[in-house]
Design a protein around this ligand. Structure first.
Ligand code: CS2
Length: 487
């Protein structure tokens, strides 16, 4: 038996399920990037809206590159199970907000058609940092990226989010259909502004007049999203199937904590996501910075330190004094220059993070978080670092976090056949292999301008701090760095 509308009534009593009539739901949201995070976060918030009786906000969920999610969820009418694990407690909820699934290049024409439909009021995004095709340090559109070149060559058959959004908006403008709101839910600083900059830069390449129209008419609210959601494993699937007494091809495991703070700027209306606990605020930048720097900055540090010390999960890494001391020092450095949202005590926020990271029920793999470091360092660690440098403050903990990323790259570079799961893998590994001397490695890696810009390498005090941190890590008995490294 498989999870489906027809089988909902066969679920065990304790499993929450849609209480509204799914056949009455109409779609108004097209979500690009229908991965685990979306399904643990925005889709559940939208589920609460549907459950409150407002059935006008169903989601068309699209995967741009792969068909995996579509193939798993379409046969089960878009339903999936969310397993919410907080301290000692567990709740299973079958979510029905995603009513239609699309996946992979062959479906993109249908995705585009949904984005053009008058009924679509919001296009939301979780495509990870690299899905925006922006240079992480400068924020400039990567015009030479093959996918962008392809979309510029055939704008009517787009494959990137930028190509899709611009083509759909062109259609809407031509046919006098009001433009949808573009809602970024990715971990980027000022993600709405960032999405807007990427869309406009792309649009200017195709049609300057269209770009001007988008700039004047389309809203791109910023939003801070938060819920720790590890990738689903086969063991998770087996566990959930056992609990349900039926098959769910792709359940999601997540934590109890969830936060969504959104700028209230939607030109075609929006669901009342407060039903699911979301908050509308004008202080998004402060919320985003606190989250990116405290949570994600610590996450990346845990990931690289975990990888160097053989800790597979965040909860395991949180058992190591070497790592927890580093995090404590890192948070001191972050909070010293952080402008927190009004009414929020950032110290309490950090204490809560420690608990969330220690949650043993979540097997959040350090290897998963270590992915795409080139796209993450800037907003997670370097932003704080730059503010500290500007104030003349030392940053030994940030230096150690960055050194951990460097060691992770160096170790991979010296592993036969080693590659990084990172769009800049080739360049990073080349730079990491250049020497076996710490100061030369650090200099070489800092010269990757797409990640570090041009300023940091010129900061003599910081470079010394970073070389010191790099050497200390290499010498630490718990840390396994590249064998080739000798001094
Ligand atoms: C993580 C995030 O994979 C990563 O880089 O830091 O996905 C993190 O779990 C979320 O931002 C939590 O809200």
């Amino acid at each position: 038996m498989q999870l489906s509308d027809k089988n909902l009534s066969m679920l065990p009593a304790g499993v929450q399920r849609p209480t509204y009539d799914r056949s009455q739901v109409t779609n108004a949201i097209v979500h690009l990037g229908v991965g685990a995070f979306h399904r643990a976060h925005q889709a559940v918030m939208t589920e609460a809206v549907l459950a409150s009786g407002d059935l006008g906000w169903g989601i068309v969920g699209a995967g741009l590159m792969t068909t995996f999610t579509r193939d798993a969820l379409a046969p089960q009418d878009g339903l999936y199970t969310l397993v919410i694990r907080s301290e000692g407690a567990e709740q299973l909820q079958v979510v029905g907000a995603i009513t239609q699934l699309r996946g992979g290049p062959a479906d993109l024409a249908q995705v585009l058609a949904s984005m053009c439909a008058h009924s679509t009021r919001i296009v939301s995004l979780t495509v990870t940092e690299k899905g925006y095709y922006l240079d992480p340090a400068s924020g400039k559109l990567q015009l030479q990226a093959p996918a962008i070149q392809a979309d510029l060559a055939t704008p009517a058959a787009p494959r990137t989010i930028l190509g899709l959004i611009v083509q759909a908006l062109r259609y809407r403008k031509t046919h006098e259909i009001p433009p949808f709101t573009v809602l970024s839910c990715d971990n980027l600083p000022s993600n709405g502004k960032t999405a807007k900059a990427a869309v406009l830069a792309f649009a200017r390449e195709v049609d300057a007049e269209l770009a001007a129209w988008i700039e004047a008419n389309v809203s791109f609210p910023c939003s801070m999203v938060d819920r720790i959601t590890p990738a689903t494993t086969d063991a998770d699937r087996a566990y959930v199937n056992d609990q349900l007494g039926m098959t769910d091809a792709w359940p999601i495991i997540t934590e109890g904590f969830v936060q969504w703070v959104i700028e209230d700027d939607f030109t075609m209306g929006r669901p009342d996501w407060t039903q699911g606990g979301a908050v509308f605020s004008n202080e998004i930048e402060a919320w985003e910075n606190m989250k990116l720097r405290c949570l994600n900055g610590a996450h990346s540090t845990l990931a690289y330190m975990g990888q160097l010390t053989g800790r597979d999960t965040v909860a395991e890494a949180m058992q190591m004094p070497l790592i927890t001391h580093l995090l404590d020092a890192l948070w001191v450095e972050v909070l010293q220059v952080l402008h927190a949202p009004a009414g929020v005590d950032p110290q309490d926020y950090v204490e809560q993070l420690k608990k969330r990271f220690r949650n043993p029920a979540l097997k959040h793999r350090t290897a998963q978080i270590a992915m795409d470091g080139s796209q993450k360092l800037s907003q997670r660690l370097l932003a704080t670092l730059r503010e500290r440098l500007a104030r003349g403050l030392p940053s030994p903990a940030l230096a150690q976090a960055i050194a951990a990323w460097m060691h992770f790259a160096v170790k991979t570079a010296h592993t036969p056949g080693g590659t990084l799961n990172d769009p800049l893998s080739a360049e990073i590994l080349d730079k990491a292999k250049i020497s076996i001397k710490p100061n030369e490695i650090v200099g070489s890696m800092l010269s990757i301008q797409k990640i570090f810009g041009t300023d940091l390498i010129q900061h003599a005090v910081f470079v010394t701090e970073l070389v010191q941190a790099f050497v200390q890590l290499a010498d630490h008995p718990d840390v396994a760095t590249a064998e080739a490294l000798t001094r």
